[in-house]
Design a protein around this ligand. Structure first.
Ligand code: NAG
Length: 529
């Protein structure tokens, strides 16, 4: 990627906005914390630099959300502490490393998600009850609201303030997002989330994919219903989860069709996958480490911004495997250093992941398969070893692996030998590099950078107060009308009636004919007597 190419149009835009030629707007942002914040922040930075007034509303206690000169931050108090939040997420992510039967793991995941949902709902309640902040928001005349609908607090606020909403997301579990947009998703070739299926499915896989929708009908409720309850109470009318989702003017979807399998999208769904790949200069200390790695180069290893410690036994197995390659391994790890740490492995508390991946000496990327990391791997054409932990990571890993651009390991079952074999294969077998290079070339061959595209659509919604022209009329139909069941029933009735009439006519004709014959015969008989 050529960052220089992107700087100049942006400089022009900046100049235009300074000259007052581009009208500035006012944007309200209700972000989601954790890794979700990272790419949204890049969009906000550009919007701020272009002269828009950006107001971010966030709880006092956050993990990744931090103030910046590019936006105004409005905090509200919450009844939990930084430590509570940290512990909750640590416990949730730690569970990814625990063995157990499917049912045990399922119950644990269920409880974990429920507790994290409770944090979100509590935080949202405290925002909506904060009279001072709410008054400020009501009086502030925003042009639009930007939020990640995986937490529905922003959606409630958009309804309350009657603001056009832009949703910025990786996806919502159970396909709720595609359901809300009325986007067709035939189970014959659109693999469901968490199934780890590809778009080419055998008969049994298609059956699995189809059946996957059934538990979704019940499973998603517990994570989203609390918000619809909160919304109904706060707005004093019946509000469903679908109502909250359906209001979006534009959906900025953090995926695209180099990684994602081709499928239909609605006109108001804009794919912006790979928006987080704009790379900056590598900090001196990291450049020195890369320089010192010699001809073998480096391997970048990170399990993402949310997981930085892993159980010691696992850490030792991984350390042993990393010692078997000649590359220098830069490992983001904040836990206690494993005692068997080999010489070629450098532990760092933080690493500039994308800038390291962009370095020509980087040979491989060991990742948990989060969507940000996977796109950074694709942008920079670095083959991957994937150790998915939870959420969409298994599906992301499957997509990379099915394109021949990496290898997936099961974090619970992998041995030191498995890790070593996979890492060596990805580094030494040319086909992985060739495949990721091809994906990268396809991904980067585009008319506009996804970050600029995202910024454009947020501005579009601000300028035009929504995008109703993109809203399909499907939203105004009921289930029967949408599937044309009324029309089919009517046509079937017409056909049946036509059949019935023709049949009756035939019957009548036949009978008359028959009767006539019978009568003639009788008459003939009578004559002969
Ligand atoms: C690393 O190597 C490059 C190319 O030889 C050189 O330009 C750069 O200054 C070096 N950086 C450091 C921090 O040593």
């Amino acid at each position: 990627m050529a960052p220089g190419l992107r700087t100049s149009p942006r400089a022009v835009v900046l100049l235009l906005s300074l000259l007052g030629l581009a009208a500035a707007g006012k944007l309200l942002v209700v972000p989601v914390d954790g890794s979700h914040w990272l790419s949204m922040q890049e969009v906000l930075d550009i919007l701020g630099q272009k002269g828009h007034e950006v107001v971010v509303v966030a709880p006092e206690v956050t993990m990744h959300i931090k103030p910046s000169e590019n936006f105004l931050m409005k905090r509200y108090s919450v009844p939990y502490t930084q430590e509570d939040l940290k512990q909750e997420f640590q416990a949730f992510f730690h569970f990814s490393f625990e063995q157990g039967s499917f049912l045990e793991r399922f119950v644990k995941a269920y409880k974990g998600i429920k507790r994290i949902t409770n944090f979100g709902v509590t935080s949202c309640q405290h925002l909506l009850q904060n009279k001072e902040l709410m008054r400020y928001l009501e009086e502030s005349k925003f042009d639009a609201l930007l939020t990640d609908p995986v937490v529905l607090c922003g959606a409630i606020l958009a309804q309350h303030l009657s603001l056009p909403a832009v949703y910025f997301l990786r996806g919502i579990p159970c396909g709720l997002d595609f359901e809300a947009t009325q986007c067709p998703r035939p189970p014959s070739y659109v693999p469901r989330g968490f199934t780890q299926l590809t778009d080419h499915m055998s008969f049994l896989q298609r059956a699995k994919n189809l059946l996957h929708d059934i538990p979704d009908l019940f499973l998603c409720d517990f994570a989203f219903e609390p918000y619809s309850k909160l919304a109904s109470e706060f707005l004093q009318r019946e509000v469903t989860v679908q109502d909250l989702l359906r209001q979006a003017s534009v959906w900025l979807l953090r995926s695209e069709f180099v990684l994602e399998y081709p499928r239909p999208l609605m006109p108001n769904i804009i794919p912006i996958g790979g928006l987080n790949c704009a790379h900056k200069e590598l900090p001196q200390e990291f450049e020195a480490m890369v320089n010192a790695s010699g001809e073998h180069g480096v391997v970048v290893f990170s399990l993402g911004s949310m997981v930085s410690e892993i159980p010691m036994k696992k850490a030792m197995e991984i350390a042993e495997a990393l010692g078997t390659v000649p590359q220098t391994v830069l490992w983001r790890y904040t836990g206690k250093a494993p005692p068997n740490l080999p010489k070629n492995v450098k532990l760092v508390k933080w690493l500039p992941q994308n800038d390291l991946l962009a370095h020509p000496k980087t040979r491989a990327f060991i990742t948990h398969g989060g969507s940000h990391g996977v796109y950074e791997g694709i942008c920079n054409a670095v083959p991957m070893v994937l150790m998915p932990l939870f959420g969409d990571q298994m599906d992301n890993a499957k997509r990379v692996e099915s394109r021949g651009a990496g290898l997936t390991l099961n974090i619970l079952e992998m041995t030191s030998n498995d890790i070593s074999t996979a890492l060596k294969a990805v580094i030494n077998d040319k086909k992985y590099k060739e495949n990721i290079q091809r994906l990268s070339d396809l991904h980067l061959d585009r008319p506009i950078h996804p970050l600029d595209l995202a910024v454009h659509w947020v501005e579009f919604v601000m300028r035009h107060k929504g995008a109703p022209h993109l809203r399909p009329a499907a939203h105004d139909l009921n289930w029967v009308q949408y599937h044309s069941l009324d029309v089919i029933a009517f046509l079937a009735a017409v056909v049946l009636l036509a059949f019935f009439i023709s049949f009756k006519c035939c019957l009548c004709c036949c009978r008359r004919c028959f009767c006539k014959k019978g009568r003639t015969r009788k008459a003939a008989k009578a004559k002969s007597h």
